[in-house]
Design a protein around this ligand. Structure first.
Ligand code: ATP
Length: 319
């Protein structure tokens, strides 16, 4: 293999730049030509491709977002779209591809593998919703962003003795809510994987108040939805003042944490090593402290679940 490509796709995540840097620098180190594809699969269809060298990824390890830009591309979900991309790939002489993104982006990579282009997926998403890896790039930074918001909300929640409901991202996965909730000492953590009951939440609030708590922080994952309805229900049942804060896209930005930079560096480099060894149809990830790789089909089949022990621990510790 002489030439590889790299693209970022789907929702952006802090640490994507660190992963691009690792791909380019490991590629150059192995004597490969590295082509940067802009705007995800759109760029692959439209030929927005140019060569990257060591200096083109200088000074980006600390930056959030992605210098290659990212996009969602409906056309690429069609056979015709994939065929267009395959033609462009041939024009640019790309023999292997690194796709940095979430599960949707991995499905795109799989479609290219089926057309004979060796592709490797690097998990870049703040959602941490991929079952085959312990962590995805961007998740740790997003936890810290949510934590920063929780710390600030705790101040004002305490001053006014209010209930604060914080809605965090994560799509159908409750990991961001769980990890930020446990790190932020949230009183209740509500995730899509586990049924919740408004009365239980109210009981926790009232018991806390009896013990002299002046604040109450409830973390709810966006996949559960209905944060405003929950707020009204709590207000009606407890009579307490409640406020909803929907954190939104600030969770996608910011300078990546050391954890995310190191993870991105390790995973980006491993993806290139796999392509160099002619191994395609793989995804890379981390288990414990080890970098691992897995078959892309097997990885996409795996079902993610919440860490129930951690959720139980959060409940015990917030009492
Ligand atoms: P995030 O988890 O941050 O949302 P993601 O990678 O899961 O990231 P998606 O919007 O699901 O984000 O997918 C990104 C892109 O991957 C899509 O816009 C599309 O171009 C491509 N893609 C998704 N599903 C498929 C599929 N089944 N076949 C081919 N390409 C796909």
């Amino acid at each position: 293999m002489n030439t590889i490509g790299v693209l970022t796709s789907g929702g952006d995540a802090p640490g994507m730049n660190a992963a691009i840097r690792a791909v380019v620098r490991m590629g150059r180190n192995l004597g490969l030509k590295v082509m940067g594809i802009r705007r995800g699969y759109n760029g692959l269809i439209n030929g927005e491709i140019s060569e990257m060298d060591r200096s083109s990824v200088a000074d980006i390890i600390q930056r959030g977002g992605t210098i290659l830009h990212t996009a969602r591309c409906e056309e690429f979900k069609t056979e015709e779209g994939v065929n267009k991309a395959v033609n462009i790939i041939k024009v640019f002489g790309i023999e292997g591809l690194v796709v940095i993104g979430g599960d949707g982006s991995f499905m795109g990579a799989r479609a290219l593998c089926e057309k004979g282009l060796p592709s490797v997926g690097v998990p870049g998403t703040i959602d941490n919703d991929l079952a085959y890896t312990d962590y995805t790039i961007g998740f740790d930074t997003a936890i810290n962003t949510v934590l920063d918001a929780i710390n600030k909300l705790r101040d004002t929640s305490t001053s006014h003795e209010r209930v604060s409901i914080v809605e965090v991202m994560g799509r159908h996965c409750g990991d961001l809510a769980l990890y930020a909730g446990i790190a932020g000492g949230g009183e209740s953590i509500i995730v899509p994987e586990v049924e919740f009951n408004v009365d239980d939440v109210c009981k926790t609030i009232l018991e806390g108040k009896l013990r002299g708590k002046h604040h109450n922080i409830i973390i709810i994952a966006e996949g559960v939805g209905h944060a405003n309805e929950l707020s009204s229900a709590i207000k009606n049942i407890t009579g307490l003042d409640t406020r909803v804060t929907i954190l939104g896209h600030i969770q996608r930005g910011g300078s990546p944490t050391a954890f995310d930079r190191i993870l991105a560096s390790r995973l980006g480099a491993r993806a290139v090593e796999l392509l160099y060894d002619e191994k395609g149809s793989r995804v890379v990830g981390v288990k414990g402290n080890d970098v691992i790789d897995a078959d892309i089909n097997e990885a996409l089949k795996m079902k993610k679940d919440i860490d129930h022990d951690l959720l139980k621990l959060a409940r015990v510790l917030s009492k």
